[in-house]
Design a protein around this ligand. Structure first.
Ligand code: NAI
Length: 546
């Protein structure tokens, strides 16, 4: 925004405005000619630097910071000053910067968001704007918004309801569209949908920046969401709505209502299921067994457990099984034990997986009875996969596939070290958090992290280029297969179930190519199919340079 300053020369205002505009600012990289032309002379030190020299200085600054949270705060300041320099820095080494921009550092940043706040990014749409949401969205300066990532802050990572502090999530998620998959940043809009918060401590915090009220009834929330979704269609007609970190029941209801009506998806539900399927697909390639012959036991039957079950069942159907046959291969176990028909406390989405079996509250015994080939933990019950459980899985399988997806780390059902040790190195293991590598009897294992960033940036890139009318569950199955196909024999030999992070852009482009191809085949895409999809995508990638 142009500052109101008294000036004799209009050029003076222009120079300062340019330095204050993160999209066009080049800082010390403005050339001598540009400095003269835009009224920048005297406002910058005399040395004209290259972008790479500027990156070098940023890296020095980052090295001097004592913690990743400090690095997060520094990078947030950088993106507010100079977006090109920010992306050049983070894209120079994604494996280093992803854990700072996103999980786990973003969790820490969200907890203290109101306190570390410097300057607003994205938009805050609040329940108080009811009736005027479209008008407010028009305040955003870019007209061609292609992605809105929107959160209520109602269920952030493992942190519960943190209301407007959740703004760190849409910001970070969208930065990964660019950092991982080179989607142009100007078409991305983070939105915090502020409906209030149930978090008493936050409402009492004077530095909390959101509405200090409790969330409205489900009916009122649905009305607000309907207005928001329609306003987005009106103001940004080419926009895909990425729902992220809403309270579980709201997330499921909102996705069910809109997934066949507008261009949207929910990363917690669909992205999570897809990355889990990706890891399973790699594990099954290692043991050379088809998905359609697996027996899968979930420990935890909440939104993650049901979401993953449904996508796996759909993937089995795509590979030829009937819906009933697919569902019969999946069982779930929750806080009240095995889900079976005599249980009176089951939801409709759980009932479809209630297969005839004796009631059980003992996980290890259930494993001996059902003989699952795959065990997936999404329970939030840290340590639930004890020695007895891992040994039971190892008794009924030559190579047990064990995923302990609950996070943060203390909630993981078991650690990588426990899984490899108790299975005597046989387990094919992945977790929701990144565990360090483990060496047993001279052999080193590299535990995989089922991180959604293997999926959703590629899906975003495919959506950016192919402009589909809808994003279907099948798109996520294709993404999972594409991710699995990129884990080469060398990585598999080390127990890795996901592609290497060091070549993330290459990997996301390959996955996006497969998704876009599928969108063309299924008639979802609205643009003309090019002769060479990969080259066509490569030609549209954002590249951070002046
Ligand atoms: P949720 O609260 O909807 O479901 C939890 C489920 O676990 C419920 O079915 C509950 O009955 C069951 N449970 C709780 N305590 C139990 C116990 N002692 N024994 C047996 N079952 C128990 O939670 P949601 O959203 O499904 O998430 C579960 C976990 O999965 C969280 O830690 C979440 O962070 C993690 N997660 C990890 C992802 C990833 O790695 N990419 C993605 C999504 C979720």
């Amino acid at each position: 925004m142009m500052k109101s300053i008294e000036t004799k020369d209009r050029n003076a205002g222009l120079g300062l405005a340019l330095l204050d505009d993160p999209i066009n600012n080049k800082g010390t990289a403005f050339t001598v000619k540009e400095r003269a032309e835009f009224g920048l002379e005297g406002l910058l030190p005399p040395s004209v630097e290259s972008l790479d020299r500027q990156v070098e200085r940023v890296l020095h600054h980052l090295d001097a910071k004592p913690t990743d949270l400090e690095r997060y705060i520094y990078l947030t300041g950088l993106v507010d000053r100079n977006e090109t320099l920010f992306y050049r820095t983070v894209m120079s080494d994604p494996a280093r910067f992803l854990p700072i921009l996103y999980d786990p550092t973003v969790a820490e940043a969200c907890l203290t968001f109101g306190h570390i706040f410097r300057r607003a990014r994205g938009m805050y749409i609040t329940r108080e704007m009811k009736g005027r949401i479209a008008e407010v969205l028009r305040n955003w300066p870019q007209s061609d918004v292609r992605f809105i990532c929107v959160s209520t802050g109602g269920r952030i990572l493992g942190l519960g309801d943190i209301g407007a502090n959740g703004m760190g999530i849409p910001i970070g998620k969208l930065q990964l569209y660019t950092a991982c998959a080179a989607v142009p940043p100007t078409c991305l809009l983070p939105v915090l949908f502020d409906i209030g918060t149930t978090n008493d401590a936050l409402r009492a915090d004077p530095l909390y920046l959101g509405l200090k009220v409790t969330p409205p009834s489900e009916r009122e929330l649905d009305e607000l969401v309907e207005e928001f979704v329609q306003a987005v269609q009106q103001v940004f007609p080419n926009c895909c709505i990425h729902f992220e970190d809403w309270k579980g029941t709201d997330a499921i209801r909102v996705l069910a209502r809109y997934k066949d009506k507008v261009l949207c998806y929910n990363d917690d539900i669909q992205g999570t299921a897809s990355v889990t399927l990706a890891g399973l697909t790699t594990a099954l390639q290692i043991v050379d067994a088809p998905l359609t012959e697996q027996r899968i036991l979930f420990f935890g039957a909440g939104s993650a457990g049901i979401g993953i079950s449904n996508l796996i069942a759909s993937a089995m159907q795509m590979q030829g099984l009937s819906q009933d046959a697919a569902r019969s291969r999946i069982s779930l176990f929750d806080i009240n034990g095995l889900i079976e028909p005599s249980r009176a406390d089951l939801s409709a989405s759980q009932k479809v997986y209630a297969h005839k079996a004796a009631p059980s509250k003992d996980l290890a015994k259930t494993i001996e009875t059902l003989k699952p080939t795959i065990l997936i933990g999404v329970s939030t019950k840290g340590g639930a996969f004890n020695q007895q459980v891992i040994e039971a899985m190892s008794r009924v399988n030559e190579r047990p596939i064990i995923f302990a997806l609950s996070n943060p780390t203390d909630k993981a059902e078991c650690s990588a070290e426990q899984a490899y040790t108790w299975s005597k190195g046989k387990a094919l293991f992945a977790a929701g958090v990144q565990f360090p590598e483990v060496t047993i009897k001279g052999k080193t294992f590299h535990p995989g992290q089922a991180n959604n960033f293997y999926i959703y940036p590629a899906l975003g890139l495919a959506t950016y280029v192919a402009r589909p009318r809808r994003i279907t569950d099948e798109c996520f199955i294709v993404a999972a297969q594409a991710s699995a196909d990129q884990v080469g024999p060398e990585l598999r030999a080390k127990g890795m179930l996901f592609p290497s992070q060091s070549q993330i852009l290459e990997m996301e482009v390959s996955t996006a190519t497969r998704i876009a191809q599928f969108m063309f085949e299924k008639g979802l895409a609205t643009v003309k199919q090019p002769a060479d999809i990969r080259k066509w995508i490569e030609g549209q990638l954002y590249s951070p340079h002046y």
